[in-house]
Design a protein around this ligand. Sequence first.
Ligand SMILES: *Cc1c(COP(=O)(O)O)cnc(C)c1O
Length: 463
Amino acid sequence: MSRSAHPAGPRHADVLPEGHYAAPPADLNALDAKVWAQTVTRDADGVLTVAGLRVTDLAEQYGTPAYILDEADFRSRARAWRTAFGTDADVFYAGKAFLSRAVVRWLHEEGLNLDVCSGGELATALSAGMPADRIAFHGNNKSTEEIRRAVEAGVGRIVLDSFQEIVRVAHIAQSLGKRQRVQIRITVGVEAHTHEFIATAHEDQKFGIPLAGGQAAEAVRRVLQLDGLELIGIHSHIGSQIFDMSGFEVAAHRVVGLLKDIRDEHGVELPEIDLGGGLGIAYTSDDDPREPHEIAKALSEIVTRECEAARLATPRISVEPGRAIVGPTAFTLYEVGTVKPLDGLRTYVSVDGGMSDNIRTALYDAEYSVALASRTSDAEPMLSRVVGKHCESGDIVVRDAFLPADLAPGDLIAVPATGAYCRSMASNYNHVLRPPVVAVKDGEARVIVRRETEEDLLRLDVG
Ligand SMILES: *Cc1c(COP(=O)(O)O)cnc(C)c1O
């Protein structure tokens, strides 16, 4: 293979500019199993493979950029959550992480339930045959039309997010002659993110009804008075990309405190408690996520202990992992277009996608890893920044990573752990076409969301 030589980028031995990176890894060709989908490996030629398929062949057949999703990995993670929580708890996959009809079918087959937060997600779930009673409907401003469709379809629960919504849902349910099962989403003043959590956070956010000041208790009073509503539980979601279980501990303590107050005031013990999602995954080798069975054990111990102390029967627990199920199952495959070394700084590697297929780096300063995928290399590590093709200097996919110094246009690189919040947050910025999602399993690939075409773009533009 002939590769055009170009001046090598800065070496790790140089004084490095500020960044998120540590030292370059000992072996740039090695794949850390933590960040890659289960079936990813390299073949004898050094080409990255997934489900037995070479990425070079996938790129040729489906083009780049493309999200490549390991179906067996998705199913096994979904199953691991389902088994870990057993029959005394419910696992709702948070559809906003990534939803398509194939995903809905896999979830259905693996015995999971589904969270939706818009009419579009609800339509996707129903069209793929998810039974309505296994769907939970979330959102801080559901439209009356969305609520009506959800109640009509018979969704298993609507998670009430505001005082206005209590009345809206009750009214719609009554007008349809139904009694809708609901939970109330409360904010418990816990904010959890990655390795820290704050137990005394302000309830300064758009979601939920604050526990503080008696607002949640007042919401419960109102819901219990309305014939159209059946209150089945209390919901709390404390953050995202969480590794530290202590945030859940404080949240559960406060939710159970409310359940106890409800029992004391109304004489009812609510049967369910939903602790939300937010469990972290490994984006880089520095992240150490917990296994579903450890999370299940920790959560059920916390809730049982809190309920015993409050002399309440332990309610049924539900959890809502999104990222933790789909995040690790996919990687984005890109082709390198240009390589620009800046002496003493870093090398800019431009790929054929960018912030339109992964907004998380620009939006949250998220960290990702990257690997040369179409071959291996013995070249020295080169401090790199993987950037997209958009007209925006914040268009960064991987802020700081090491790639081999002989990287050249035409190479394929892969960014792992892009299964969650990448395709689902993808945009058409610069009229760039959104990439396909290709599901791979046992040596076979199939497109589950096709690549957008210029025709698709122009169809919306009615002149
Ligand atoms: C976003 C969200 C989730 C899923 O969060 P992950 O970080 O993907 O696990 C679960 N529940 C609610 C209410 C959410 O808003």
